[in-house]
Design a protein around this ligand. Sequence first.
Ligand SMILES: *[C@@H]1O[C@H](CO)[C@@H](O)[C@H](O)[C@H]1NC(C)=O
Ligand SMILES: *[C@@H]1O[C@H](CO)[C@@H](O)[C@H](O)[C@H]1NC(C)=O
Ligand SMILES: *[C@@H]1O[C@H](CO)[C@@H](O)[C@H](O)[C@H]1NC(C)=O
Ligand SMILES: *[C@@H]1O[C@H](CO)[C@@H](O)[C@H](O)[C@H]1NC(C)=O
Ligand SMILES: *[C@@H]1O[C@H](CO)[C@@H](O)[C@H](O)[C@H]1NC(C)=O
Ligand SMILES: *[C@@H]1O[C@H](CO)[C@@H](O)[C@H](O)[C@H]1NC(C)=O
Ligand SMILES: *[C@@H]1O[C@H](CO)[C@@H](O)[C@H](O)[C@H]1NC(C)=O
Ligand SMILES: [Zn+2]
Ligand SMILES: [Zn+2]
Length: 379
Amino acid sequence: MRFCVFGVFLFFLVPSPISAGFYPNSSAIPPDLRRNATGNVWNSFLNFTGCHAGMKVDGLYKLKQYFQHFGYIQGNFSGSFTDDFDDILKNAVEMYQRNFRLNVTGELDDLTLQHVVLPRCGVPDVVNGTSTMRSGRRAYEVSFAGRGQRFHAVKRYSLFPGEPRWRRRDLTYAFEPRNALTEEVKSVFSRAFARWAEVVPLTFTRVETFLNSDISIGFYSGDHGDGEPFDGQMGTLAHAFSPPNGHFHLDGDENWVVSGDVGGNNFLSERAAIDLESVAVHEIGHLLGLGHSSVQDSIMYPTITTGRRKVDLATDDVEGVQYLYGANPNFNGSRTPPPSTQQRDTGDSGAACRIDGSRSVLTSLLLSTVGLFLGLYML
Ligand SMILES: *[C@@H]1O[C@H](CO)[C@@H](O)[C@H](O)[C@H]1NC(C)=O
Ligand SMILES: *[C@@H]1O[C@H](CO)[C@@H](O)[C@H](O)[C@H]1NC(C)=O
Ligand SMILES: *[C@@H]1O[C@H](CO)[C@@H](O)[C@H](O)[C@H]1NC(C)=O
Ligand SMILES: *[C@@H]1O[C@H](CO)[C@@H](O)[C@H](O)[C@H]1NC(C)=O
Ligand SMILES: *[C@@H]1O[C@H](CO)[C@@H](O)[C@H](O)[C@H]1NC(C)=O
Ligand SMILES: *[C@@H]1O[C@H](CO)[C@@H](O)[C@H](O)[C@H]1NC(C)=O
Ligand SMILES: *[C@@H]1O[C@H](CO)[C@@H](O)[C@H](O)[C@H]1NC(C)=O
Ligand SMILES: [Zn+2]
Ligand SMILES: [Zn+2]
């Protein structure tokens, strides 16, 4: 019911669509746009490497806003975050490290910040203070010994509170008409839908009636009316809402590579290139009712590496979506489980905390009271 209210809200705000940048491959991205890819404010967080509890560092409040945006800091701090590395921040860092399966140090070590600055999905990892990435009700561990070697498999997919899902099996989708997308771009989404339809008994049919389709797909720039503004190149790439809302928004300021040819021999162009199908497959997972997973190889992992393509559902994704909809009787592919996703530690030894007081003011990520309420329900 909450989602219906939100849908009406969106409808009346009439978001302003833009013509997004689509490229056949990363080499085709213009040089000035490549350079801008490192300009996202999140990159400045790397300057906090080595910071720990008890310190006070200019700009640290922006990192708190980041953690609040993704659910790691709860509650009412509107406008009152300080630059102190207090318990609020320490708890957020620890929860983040658990979710991303990093060493839980509570400090801003190098590896943690390398994760924080990666472009990612705008949907929070934590809802209502409970991490949806790791400790969902369905999470359990299976251990067994084989050939003298311990095998360790963990289900880490997550669902939204209340486990919302579509009741109908024949779903429709439509594109924001004002985006005037080419057939080539639209076909990327149709391939992404097909990857999910392969494993569950759902069908996705493209229709032209944007306002009446189950799923509506649009590219937007900056503030587009749902309290979750996009942030220019990199940062958040897209977000989508849990069933039965159906809204799927992508950041029109990214350099979307549509052919899948997202790698390249040029470091700068790779850094700036986002594979559209990879993001589409991820967001469709949200549209179907999946939250984020802490399995790094899964589609539902929150971050995406630039210049990389990740479109194949992992076992964790398949198990999650089949929990909601059952298995497609025509699907018999037993997918090879990805190898356990152990993180390596760079073993970064206490880099001095770099302090720089001249950073530009970060666009406030604080949500209004209403926005916070709605944001909690965003996928
Ligand atoms: C990338 O796309 C451009 C424009 O279509 C094309 O001219 C170029 O050959 C492509 N480069 C590679 C490496 O495929
Ligand atoms: C690059 O970013 C700057 C500000 O960060 C902006 O003014 C400029 O328009 C951007 N360039 C392009 C080509 O988007
Ligand atoms: C980060 O620190 C470096 C110096 O250590 C400085 O040149 C750079 O401007 C800082 N970046 C930001 C975004 O504050
Ligand atoms: C947040 O705190 C302010 C003052 O402390 C209060 O007026 C406001 O009602 C609070 N909002 C919520 C949602 O609790
Ligand atoms: C969030 O927590 C409050 C209090 O524990 C609870 O009443 C509310 O239903 C929760 N909301 C969700 C979406 O879980
Ligand atoms: C499994 O799929 C293959 C083709 O992908 C097909 O040839 C085979 O008959 C299927 N097996 C079953 C038991 O459905
Ligand atoms: C965690 O820290 C220990 C000790 O510093 C190190 O040996 C280990 O490799 C780290 N593990 C991860 C996953 O970072
Ligand atoms: Zn996501
Ligand atoms: Zn949106």
